[in-house]
Structure formats: C-alpha cells, structure tokens
Design a protein around this ligand. Structure first.
Ligand SMILES: [Zn+2]
Length: 271
C-alpha cells in the first residue's frame, strides 16, 4: 500500500465528513426559507381568494342586470298589447302579468344595486390587500436572496468536494476502493487509523498482534484492524495546515480522536 494511496484514503475520509456537514447545512435552509416567505405567501393566497370572490360578484351583478333588461322588454311588449285588447277580461289578464313583471324587475334591480355596492367595497379592500401583499413580498426578497446566496455557496463547495472525491477514488487500488466503499456505504466515518506507538489500533485502541504490527510498519500491503476493520498505517497523521471544516463548529473526525473511538467500537466491527 503506497503512501499516496493512504493519503487518498485519509483525504476521502475528511471529505466525506465535510460532505455530511454541508448536506445537513444545506437541508437546514429549507425550513428557514419557508418561514421567511410565509407572511407573503399567506397574503398572496388571501388576495387570490378575494379577487376570485370579487369576480364572482361582478358576474352575478351582470346576470341580474341582464335579467332585468329582458323583463323590461317583456313589460314593453305587454304595454303595447294593452292598447290592442278586445275585452275587459283580456285587459285584466295582461295587467296582472304586467304587475308581476314590474315587481320582479324592481326586486332584481334592488338586488343588483346591493351587489354593486358590495363590489365597490370589495374593490377598495382588494386594492389595500394588494398593497400589503406587494409590501410583504418586497420585504421577503432581500432575506430570501441572502439565504439563497448562502445556500448556493455551500452547494458550490459541495460540488467541488464531490469532484475532488471522484479524483481521489480514481487513485485507489481495487482492494482499497472496496474497503473504502464498504465503510462509506455503512456510514462509518473512520477508514484509516494510525497504529499507536505501543501497537494499538488508532481507532478502537485494541491491541494489534505483533506479527501484524510488523507488517503494518513495513507498509507494503493493505492491512486492517482485526477488531474494528479500519485500515491501519504506521504513518503519522499528516499535519493540518487549514482545517477542512470549521463553520459548523462540529469536531473534525480523525482516527486518533478519542471521541471517534467509541463510535467506531459501537459500529459493527470488521465491516
Ligand atoms: Zn481497530
């Protein structure tokens, strides 16, 4: 197992940790974005509902007006017939019908007027609601844009990490890739650990048999801890110049950290 390959495995382990953190940071934007937009969305929904109701009232008013118009035309025809009646009985019948129609016209005109008054009031209220809606939307936009920009930057970082990850995977041999992928697939964070000076696994701190220790120190093949399955190396952890992940404040996952030991032990050994 070459030094380069070991370095690739270590970098992959670091990248995966940052990818996990980035993904949860990106997901955390969804509820925040929804929360910021909520007041504008609520007003927009109310505006839409009221606009539809106003449209319905206008349609109803037009229908009433058309009805009254038809009846006025009929009344006019009946009026004309009054001049042509030949007897009193016929005249009485026409008058009765005329009375009924006139009352109906009056009622419809009254109803249409009431409705038109409602339409006018609704138009004023809707105008005010529209102003409030536009104001709420304008207030939302800067916040929303800032959040989308932040999320965009995280997504960019994520895709750069994924590209780097692909490059690193390409440098691995078949055996290393199989080990790495089985660890990655089962969600284990530590893939490579350094053999401690007294011959223990740097991930689970189980003692490594002397024979295996010697082989690891020779560093020629891929060797794994018999207890927890991590790839063991005698090479010390390289010095970090800049931490890969820091913004979230989550601790870096490193094979040598005691915090990871517990996690590594609780996961299925020898995966
Ligand atoms: Zn171990």
């Amino acid at each position: 197992m070459t030094k380069t390959m070991m370095g690739s495995l270590r970098e992959l382990q670091k990248i995966d940790q940052e990818v996990r953190t980035l993904r949860s940071e990106i997901e955390a934007f969804d509820p925040r974005l929804a929360e910021v937009e909520e007041p504008a969305l609520r007003l927009e929904a109310e505006f839409g509902k009221n606009r539809d109701r106003l449209e319905q009232m206008r349609t109803d008013a037009r229908r009433l007006e058309r009805g009254a118009e038809d009846k006025r035309a009929r009344a006019k025809r009946l009026d004309e017939r009054l001049n042509q009646v030949s007897n009193l009985r016929e005249e009485a019948a026409v008058r009765t019908e005329l009375d009924l129609i006139r009352r109906a016209i009056e009622a419809e005109e009254q109803e249409a007027m009431t409705l038109l008054e409602q339409v006018r009031r609704s138009e004023i209220a809707l105008e005010e609601l529209e102003e409030a809606t536009l104001a709420a939307r304008a207030e939302v936009e800067p916040n929303q844009e800032a959040m989308l920009a932040q999320r965009g930057a995280l997504k960019d970082r994520l895709s750069r990490l994924r590209a780097r990850r692909d490059v690193l995977l390409g440098t691995l041999g078949d055996a290393e890739r199989r080990v790495y992928e089985s660890f990655h697939g089962s969600g284990r964070k530590v893939v490579v650990a350094t053999l401690t000076e007294d011959g223990a696994c740097g991930a689970c701190y189980g003692m490594v048999p002397l024979q295996l220790q010697n082989e690891i120190r020779r560093g020629s093949t891929l060797l794994r801890c018999e207890a927890c399955g991590v790839v063991l190396t005698a090479e010390p952890e390289p010095e970090e110049e800049t931490p890969v992940q820091s913004e979230s404040g989550e601790p870096e996952s490193e094979g040598m950290e005691p915090a990871d030991t517990e996690a590594a032990q609780s996961e299925s050994p020898g995966a």
